[in-house]
Design a protein around this ligand. Sequence first.
Ligand SMILES: [Zn+2]
Length: 55
Amino acid sequence: MQERFCKCGNQVMVQYHNKKSECWFTRFWAIGSTFGKTIRVCPECGCPLDINSLK
Ligand SMILES: [Zn+2]
């Protein structure tokens, strides 16, 4: 898992999966009360989480 930050500054965790020859996909977790839940948007600002746009 890697630590990333949304552009609003919210911290999220990212895990990469590689399903054999298929494309990589990523799962995001929020830190805090929603930890453990896969999220697709930032719980703080609602931005879609895109691995390429996260720092
Ligand atoms: Zn955000």
